[in-house]
Design a protein around this ligand. Structure first.
Ligand code: FNR
Length: 360
């Protein structure tokens, strides 16, 4: 196997390896997948303005997140059911994140339990992604388990009262292979016909959740709460007012409602509203280091990747995930050097312009 040298190459290889059912589940977006294409393409609307003669011989890629120094401004977004990509699933991701010293977020609907993930990587920084279930006792129990297992923050996904219209899954009658289960729950095996996961979500997730439920969550846990899926300045303002610890600008990998702005388009609007009140995290379409540079310049504190981790897993398990992260680290260090910045705090709004700037 020839060495893979970019996240795009990992994607290409993974899509060749994965069975159709899993491949379509991981790759697809909602509707006609317009926002999915924009998530990637819209990075091209921004142009980097490199600064020269800045003595970039010593570079520091670290960022400070919730009073902890993190060596690199990229983390792992939650993606469900990672054992469909590789038998080691979330365990491999957790170990890779630990070895590479990056923050990893794990999904409520993982194929490895909260406790098993924690046991695989006891000393790394893990955040737990939460969905609010109709059964609030069950939801509360998930939070207590994450706290007990040493997870350091809760990432409440707020853009999924239902799952989006994923036509490829409908066509494939997507279901999880029968030997896998949603490991945080007893006996949840998604091997129904039809789109099993969608039926599960419709039955279990609470479509009535509102800002009051965020308050409810804030009242019973001391963990920092990050709202994942904020795409507008109005919602960003409400989040700040409520006092959450952070927000993540994300359109859920374009898997919820099609025709939304790409994540990178939405970031500028949200950042202009929030400024430095609370940290803004970002995901959606990050595939190379210049994407990270652009997102940081537009106001993100840190970026996360979803599909590239799944593709790393599919290609080579834990090693694949480590390699994906290492590729981004190397690329990011080089991008900082060539853009003329010594540390991440120098990456500011001046570093990028919308491409229309050059047409003036
Ligand atoms: C996701 N995403 C997601 N988000 C979440 O909050 N909980 C989840 O369980 C999942 N599961 C999931 C599965 C798969 C296969 C994908 C592709 C995505 C969304 C994810 O956290 C993230 O927002 C996007 O994946 C980011 O976009 P990129 O990096 O995949 O382009």
């Amino acid at each position: 196997m020839s060495k893979l040298i970019s996240l795009d190459e990992y994607e290409k290889r993974a899509l060749e390896i994965l069975p159709e059912n899993a491949r379509d589940y991981y790759q697809s977006g909602a509707g006609n997948e317009k926002s999915l294409a924009w998530n990637r393409a819209d990075f091209s609307n921004f142009r980097i303005r490199p600064k020269v003669l800045r003595d970039v011989s010593k570079r520091d890629t670290s960022v400070n997140i919730f009073n902890t120094k993190i060596e690199f401004p990229i983390g792992i977004s939650p993606t469900a059911m990672q054992k469909m990509a590789h038998t080691d699933g979330e365990t491999a991701t957790a170990k890779a994140a630990a070895n590479e010293n990056v923050i990893a977020i794990f999904s409520t609907i993982a194929t490895t339990s909260i406790e098993d993930i924690a046991a695989a990587a006891p000393n790394s920084i893990k955040w737990f992604q939460l969905y609010i279930y109709r059964d609030r006792k069950l939801t509360e129990n998930l939070v207590r388990r994450a706290e007990a297992a040493g997870f350091k923050a809760l990432v409440l996904t707020v853009d999924a009262p239902l799952f989006g219209l994923r036509r490829r899954d409908l066509k494939n009658k997507f279901s999880m292979p029968p030997h896998l289960k949603l490991a945080n729950f007893q006996d949840v095996v998604l091997s129904m016909d039809g789109s099993g996961i969608n039926e599960y979500v419709a039955r279990q997730f609470d479509q009535s959740i509102s800002w009051d439920d965020v308050k409810w969550l804030m009242n019973f846990t001391n963990l920092p709460i990050i709202l994942k899926g904020i795409m507008t300045k109005e919602d960003a303002r409400l989040a700040c007012k409520l006092g959450v610890s952070g927000i993540m600008v994300s359109n859920h990998g374009a898997r919820q409602i099609d025709n939304t702005a790409s994540s990178i388009e939405a970031l500028a609007e949200v950042a202009a509203e929030v400024k430095d009140e609370i940290p803004i995290f970002f995901d959606g379409g990050i595939r190379e280091a210049t994407d990270i540079l652009i997102a940081l310049a537009l106001g993100a504190k840190m970026c996360f990747i979803g599909r590239p981790v799944v593709y790393g897993l599919a290609c080579a398990g834990q090693e694949g995930v480590e390699d994906v992260i290492r590729i981004l680290k190397r690329e990011f260090d080089l991008a900082m050097c060539l853009a003329g910045v010594k540390n991440v705090s120098e990456i500011n709004r001046d570093m990028v312009v919308h491409k229309n700037y050059y047409a003036r």
